[in-house]
Design a protein around this ligand. Sequence first.
Ligand SMILES: C[S@@+](CC[C@H](N)C(=O)[O-])C[C@H]1O[C@@H](n2cnc3c(N)ncnc32)[C@H](O)[C@@H]1O
Length: 210
Amino acid sequence: MSHSNPLFRRISDLMYQLGPARYYQPAYAQIAQAIGLDDGVFLDVGCGPGWLCVHVGGGKPHVDAIGLDTSEQMVTYARRNKGPRLNVTIRKMDAMDIKFPEGTFDVAAAVQSAHHWEDTTRVLSEVHRVLKPGGRFLIYEAESGRSDVPTGWVERKRGWPPDSVVINGWKRFGMDDAEWAELEVKVRGVGFSNVVRDVHGFYRRMTLTK
Ligand SMILES: C[S@@+](CC[C@H](N)C(=O)[O-])C[C@H]1O[C@@H](n2cnc3c(N)ncnc32)[C@H](O)[C@@H]1O
């Protein structure tokens, strides 16, 4: 799903930056910990406000974290959010046409981005191309059927957001069983192996190896 109306897009990007991007901070920290990169090059596909890059690269001088996003507005937010970190770079770029050479990245991740891709197979084959042999790609999407918020994954200020708001976001934008099954066919089709599907916090996760 993607928003072609520019005004709608601007408003939804702003709401994401002010809402989920803030209250998902513990989730980004958990994902960064699972990625566990101390040395190497990381790609965030559809980085939005850039927080995963900040968590992956923050305090890790031997990590280069690169986020790409098609939205000018998200790129602006991400560049602001990364602050002075020199090892975090944000590029305005379409994941269907990644301007990096083959075998650049050790690890790639896409969080809540896959459901937006206009041509999923094209994005998957581009990520496959730019990963090093043996490189990992982690795809995270909220579970649309989930009805509880796991402890330690969402930050609340004075009780906001309540569970209902968080869960409603997953219902609207998460992926269901059929979408995951379709994605699995596509990842295998572009050459990924060791496809592992599990649950991490409130996300469903697919971990792939080149
Ligand atoms: C819901 S946001 C999630 C952002 C971020 N990953 C996070 O978890 O905070 C999805 C992002 O994917 C980006 N996106 C969608 N399709 C894309 C593509 N083909 N190339 C790059 N970015 C894309 C959108 O612009 C949007 O910023």
